[in-house]
Design a protein around this ligand. Structure first.
Ligand SMILES: *[C@@H]1O[C@H](CO)[C@@H](O)[C@H](O)[C@H]1NC(C)=O
Ligand SMILES: *[C@@H]1O[C@H](CO)[C@@H](O)[C@H](O)[C@H]1NC(C)=O
Ligand SMILES: *[C@@H]1O[C@H](CO)[C@@H](O)[C@H](O)[C@H]1NC(C)=O
Ligand SMILES: *[C@@H]1O[C@H](CO)[C@@H](O)[C@H](O)[C@H]1NC(C)=O
Ligand SMILES: *[C@@H]1O[C@H](CO)[C@@H](O)[C@H](O)[C@H]1NC(C)=O
Ligand SMILES: *[C@@H]1O[C@H](CO)[C@@H](O)[C@H](O)[C@H]1NC(C)=O
Ligand SMILES: *[C@@H]1O[C@H](CO)[C@@H](O)[C@H](O)[C@H]1NC(C)=O
Ligand SMILES: *[C@@H]1O[C@H](CO)[C@@H](O)[C@H](O)[C@H]1NC(C)=O
Length: 783
């Protein structure tokens, strides 16, 4: 009796167990059964598999097959994560060699391999451990204006203290030195002969002839050399209270090779200053109008060679470069309104790349400032995703910044000292990439923002059939069955089953023309069994002798526009032209009801502008006044300063203009980017916007960055204040007038182009969640 009882219980247990799995299986099976294609099948659920046996007459997508030959099943793969390279953290020796620096490891592991399934999150961990004695490159950018004389004097007396101080930070440090003043022309400099040679002439002092930027010492670990060069430098002066520091920073950033930044180091510029910054637009006052290029412009003596040709860089340009070059900056500023200016600038634009700290009135705390700034950067860690190909993957970061096992959703930690920090990265595939090649892998890097540390993530995808639509052949006597079930024929045989005997002669693959035979398949295909198989659909004809016209890499502009027949395009309605590239529509020429701004004609749905006009709608002229941009300047300004929007064409108070703020213009579907500078109370706002018309409304997405302006800082003292105020007044009036800020616009466009077609890392916006989107991959690359 007891035995029976046990058996019964076992039976019941067993049946319960099979029931639950069966229920689950039933549920999954439903997902599989309806799938008609192999890829869809494998993607429907991880349990679905595909039978490619040819004479299989049941549903091909299922979770278990009773009749399918097990060798003819396309198996599914699961999501997975495996650690690749996983070497130990480095211990950096003192006086590390270049080779040793290259091999520094602060992230563990160094690579992971993932298999992603759509919609299923895969998580991996990594640890960042800051190594002590990590190399430091410190560029001392001296403000040698007369008012900073005390700073230079202090610097000259540092001597051994500097060495001791730096050694405390890291044993592997290097120093470089340069100084800046301003663009050497009126109104920033007096140009009478006395003042030109001695800008301190009116102050009854002697000082060095003016210059914009002078790089004085390449990176070196020799602090004595540094002291010597500093000892040799003297103060100089200029007129207004704004200086050309941004020009100096630009050169320091782009002259990496010349001045000797290392590849593997923490890179910091320290700028002790008591003046404000000239930024993009101010150069117009001395006739320097060209947008600063990113070419190194230092001559052999270290001087800026073109001080009066290029405008000042914009803060945006500097921010982007600092991000690219992984350089940080410490602003050491005396307390007061200028300190607030730098704080505001640091917060709004140079986030994570700058640090503002107080400099004593006599600069006595300069070593503490260096130390404080260094630790600010060394004790933070920020990761982001860097990828050149962009699969549709959502990436989420979590960090345990305090090393207490509590993860927060962030990719940055601050104040970490030298503790290791654990990160968790979760990747979710949102959409399968379009494949040019089956079995393709993608790579992305989890990269640190300020130093050359990164982790390589190799990604392969589950749910991609190797054999796609193939089904297995039965008979393959005259050939061999390959991994995907194809019968590959031996010579002399052809057909799916290799049952047809094959014509070995090749004469029928050659075209007879004027008594001469052409090349085999016109060299555009291979001759198989007396028939030409063309290399691809671009070649047509019995002898592959026709070439189809291409437009944007698509035959006849793609199936929607035309079809190729014997090398000629037959266009669909609405398209004309040899390659069917010309659309008869005018929709892309029309903005706000006007075709090509009435300054051109719409040809093939593209504006052909009259001489002197440019842009998608001929809205710009040679001076780059974009009329559409101009039209919407005032509504945008109203919006930014919080007034009711002026719309001249508004009907009964119903504005057609829709303005809204966005993090990023890349998300909008618009062409040219407009820029304007707006003064709102005490802020200067750099505003970028763009425009598109939709459903009788005009949409204007805007992105704005505001920071406190120099011109509104009322309490600047000194001998030249009256003159400065006057000049600053002119500058501001001119800046307001000269709203169309071409330099910034081009820069913004470049930024967008560089970042491609995906919402990637944006210097002004940081989120622990990033999504990489490129639905057009493959196609896009061909264009
Ligand atoms: C990641 O770390 C957590 C603890 O921090 C651990 O529980 C988990 O197993 C780790 N995951 C992997 C994939 O190593
Ligand atoms: C820095 O090094 C470069 C060569 O790398 C040299 O041409 C230049 O003159 C040096 N500059 C200074 C200021 O020593
Ligand atoms: C700096 O120059 C002065 C003379 O101008 C000299 O006495 C002093 O020793 C120099 N200091 C260094 C560190 O070279
Ligand atoms: C400093 O200046 C003196 C004289 O002007 C010169 O001989 C010396 O080479 C300079 N030293 C450095 C390091 O530039
Ligand atoms: C991304 O990585 C590439 C090299 O793989 C590098 O050249 C590029 O500068 C990186 N981009 C950013 C924004 O860090
Ligand atoms: C993590 O988040 C919690 C609340 O979600 C917060 O209280 C805590 O301060 C955060 N920790 C860190 C290190 O940011
Ligand atoms: C598989 O075959 C179907 C119809 O036969 C076709 O629509 C589909 O594009 C094919 N898939 C691939 C990847 O070739
Ligand atoms: C190949 O063989 C299968 C039977 O295995 C047959 O059904 C099919 O028609 C054959 N195909 C050709 C092209 O001969």
């Amino acid at each position: 009796m007891i035995a029976i009882h046990i058996i019964l219980t076992t039976l019941i247990c067993l049946s319960v167990e099979t029931n639950t799995t069966e229920n689950d299986e039933n549920k999954f099976q439903k997902l599989c059964l309806d799938q008609e294609f192999c890829d869809d099948c494998l993607q429907a659920h991880k349990s679905c598999e595909w039978c490619y046996q040819e004479d299989f007459h049941d549903r091909r997508c299922n979770i278990a097959f009773s009749k399918c030959d097990p060798n003819k099943i396309e198996r599914n793969s699961q999501k997975s994560m495996s650690i690749g390279k996983n070497e130990q953290f480095s211990v950096i020796p003192e006086q590390a060699s270049a080779e040793q620096m290259r091999e520094i490891i602060q992230i563990k592991p160094q690579s992971v391999d993932l298999t992603l399934r759509k919609g299923e999150a895969v998580t991996f961990n990594f640890t960042y451990k800051p190594a002590s004695n990590y190399p430091l490159d410190l560029y001392y950018l001296g403000d040698l204006s007369a008012s900073m004389e005390h700073n230079l004097e202090i610097l000259k007396t540092l001597g051994n203290n500097l060495k001791t101080s730096l050694t405390d930070l890291t044993k592997n440090y290097k120093l470089a030195y340069g100084s800046f003043m301003d663009k050497t022309d009126m109104p920033f400099y007096f140009t009478d002969p006395e003042s030109l040679n001695n800008p301190c002439y009116s102050l009854l002092k002697k000082c060095e002839k003016g210059y914009l930027f002078r790089h004085r010492l390449n990176f070196t670990d020799n602090t004595n050399k540094f002291s010597e060069v500093v000892n040799n430098s003297t103060i100089t002066a200029n007129v207004d209270d704004l200086d050309g520091a941004l020009d100096a920073i630009l050169q320091i950033l782009v002259c990496g090779k010349k001045i000797g930044w290392s590849s593997f180091s923490r890179k910091i510029i320290i700028l002790p200053t008591d003046s404000l910054l000239h930024t993009a637009g101010d150069g117009k006052l001395v006739g320097a109008v060209l947008k600063p290029t990113e070419k190194c412009m230092l001559d052999e003596t270290g001087n800026h060679a073109e001080p009066l040709k290029y405008d000042y860089p914009s803060l945006e340009q500097i921010t982007i470069l600092m991000q690219q070059k992984k350089v940080n900056i410490i602003f050491a500023v005396k307390d007061g309104p200028k300190f607030k200016y730098y704080e505001s600038l640091s917060k709004s634009l140079l986030t994570d790349h700058s640090f503002v700290t107080k400099l004593d009135p006599n600069s006595g705390n300069i070593l503490q400032v260096i130390e404080e700034g260094y630790y600010n950067f060394a004790e933070q860690v920020n990761f982001y995703i860097n990828t050149t190909n962009h699969p549709n993957i959502k990436v989420e970061f979590e960090a345990d910044c305090e090393n207490k096992g509590r993860f927060n959703r962030t990719s940055s930690c601050y104040g970490i000292k030298d503790k290791p920090v654990n990160f968790r990265v979760t990747l979710t595939l949102e959409k399968h990439p379009e494949y040019s090649e089956r079995g393709q892998m993608d790579t992305l890097f989890v990269e640190e923002k300020n130093i050359a540390e990164r982790l390589e993530v190799s990604i392969s995808y589950a749910g991609i059939c190797k054999c796609v639509n193939k089904s297995k052949v039965e008979h393959c006597e005259n050939g061999e069955i390959d991994g995907c079930g194809d019968c590959i024929c031996k010579q002399g045989w052809k057909g799916k089953n290799c049952t047809e005997e094959c014509d070995e002669t090749t004469v029928s693959c050659r075209k007879l023309e004027n008594g001469k035979y052409s090349q085999l398949c016109s060299e555009n295909g291979v001759c198989e069994c007396g028939k030409c198989i063309c290399k691809d659909s671009y070649y047509q004809g019995k002898y592959c002798e026709f070439e189809c016209p291409l437009y944007k890499n698509q035959i006849c502009g793609g199936p929607a526009q035309g079809e190729c027949i014997e090398g000629k395009c037959i266009c669909e309605s609405g398209y004309v032209g040899e390659t069917c590239s010309c659309s008869l529509s005018t929709i892309d020429c029309t903005f706000d009801g006007t075709v090509c701004s009435k300054r051109g004609t719409c040809e093939c749905n593209r504006c052909k502008c009259q001489e002197g006009f440019f842009g998608n709608y001929c809205e710009s002229n040679r001076e780059n006044n974009n009329t559409i941009c101009e039209t919407y300047d005032s509504p945008v300004e109203d919006f930014v300063v919080g007034k009711n929007i002026t719309d001249n064409n508004a009907e009964e108070n119903h504005s057609r203009i829709k303005i809204f703020e966005q993090k990023d213009l890349k998300e909008s579907n618009c062409g040219e980017i407009c820029s304007t500078v707006i003064f709102d109370g005490s802020s200067r706002c750099e505003v970028n916007f763009c425009y598109y018309a939709y459903n009788e409304s005009i949409y204007l997405p805007i992105v704005k960055k505001c920071f406190m302006t120099a011109g509104f800082m009322g309490t600047i003292g000194g001998a030249l204040i009256a003159l400065f105020t006057f000049l600053a007044g002119i500058a501001i009036i001119l800046m307001v007038k000269w709203k169309r800020d071409r330099a910034d616009r081009l820069e913004y466009e470049r930024l967008i182009k560089e970042q491609g077609n995906f919402r990637g890392e944006n210097p002004f916006y940081k989120s622990p969640v990033t999504i990489y989107l490129n639905p057009m991959r493959g196609r896009e690359q061909n264009n």
